[in-house]
Design a protein around this ligand. Sequence first.
Ligand code: G3H
Ligand code: ZN
Length: 287
Amino acid sequence: ALVNGKEMFDNARAGKYAVGAFNTNNLEWTRAILGAAKETNTPILIQTSMGAAKYMGGYKLCLDLVSDTVDSLEMTTPVVMHLDHGNYEAAKECIEVGYNSVMFDGHDLPFEENLAKTKEIVALAHAKGITVEAEVGSIGGTEDGITGNGELATVEEAKALAATGVDYLACGIGNIHGVYPENWTGLNFDRLQEIAAEVKTPLVLHGGSGIPKEQIMKAISMGVSKVNVNTECQLAFAEATRKYVEAGKDQDVDAKGYDPRYLLKPGTEAIKETVKERIEWFGTPSV
Ligand code: G3H
Ligand code: ZN
């Protein structure tokens, strides 16, 4: 069933585990991500970036696709449909359309404006039972045209944003979107510790692809309750699809290997396996 993220992530913070937040791009991605949650009988968050929603044909279509897939898979576990890295307009639109949860990403605004707009979004969303994620500091690298310089979140700003009543808070702690550079020095656990000591709101770790498992688990033990994963699924899909093509299977006329239902299958399975593996890493308990 589709639900907001309040209970899911409050429980995760209290239980010192995380629930994965996975980005979808199309039907195959949606079925793979939700299928993984169904097979493991665990809660999950599925999200669309603004770019993915534009690619797919709009927020309403994305919501309908997820909602209808939840029904068609006869899922009984909680699923949150969330807007990832939304600007002010996108957050408002998704609240209008009926997403369960939205991220308002104001990292590129002066802090006072980020704070004021987060407050506005929280009021609009909470009036409709929709949960909200905000961002403090910034995530390095670029995701779907959203670029950050990787500025560390400060405790003071994290406290001020948490006081707006946001339901979860993304903190820049040295994490980066996309593939991590060779010379990456790791997550800043000192800063995470300082923030987690003062802020009881569930914390969000963006850029979850490519962070070593030990660092992810340590971050979860310290207060991270939502881990965002996108690139890892894209790499898994691309690799499995490449293998299929390199084996010449798309050219097998007798087997109709060029049929998208066959051509996209290995990639789709690879996404599902990636999501299942992450669910296990994050310690998400079955319901
Ligand atoms: O918002 C989405 C995530 O932060 C994904 O980051 O592509 O590095 O896994 P990633
Ligand atoms: Zn992100």
